[in-house]
Design a protein around this ligand. Structure first.
Ligand SMILES: [Zn+2]
Ligand SMILES: [Zn+2]
Length: 89
């Protein structure tokens, strides 16, 4: 157990707590690495840009992406379709 400083959220300055623990488990004789987050973890690391922010500041912490990347992924396909769906004539 290390007591290193996790840092603070760049948005709300809240200190990060909790961690992701790397566990090794054996499934059918094959050693498999499993990532398990501690229950008190209050932050996520964005899968796309590696930004670390607290779950409170992330719009969708369950997605594993920061707000900026969530917005980039949220392609407004419906409004784009509407542009091409003009009545003819
Ligand atoms: Zn925050
Ligand atoms: Zn991101």
């Amino acid at each position: 157990m290390s007591d290193e400083d996790m840092g603070n959220c760049p948005k709300c300055r809240k200190p990060f707590v909790g961690a992701v623990e790397v566990m090794t488990t054996e499934i059918e004789g094959i050693a498999t690495i499993v990532l398990e987050e501690t229950t008190d973890r209050n932050w996520i690391q964005c899968d796309t840009c590696s930004l670390v922010i607290c779950k409170g500041c992330c719009k969708d912490a369950g997605s594993g992406f920061c707000n900026d990347c969530l917005e980039e992924k949220a392609v407004p396909s419906q409004s784009a379709a509407a542009v091409f769906n003009r009545p003819i004539g």
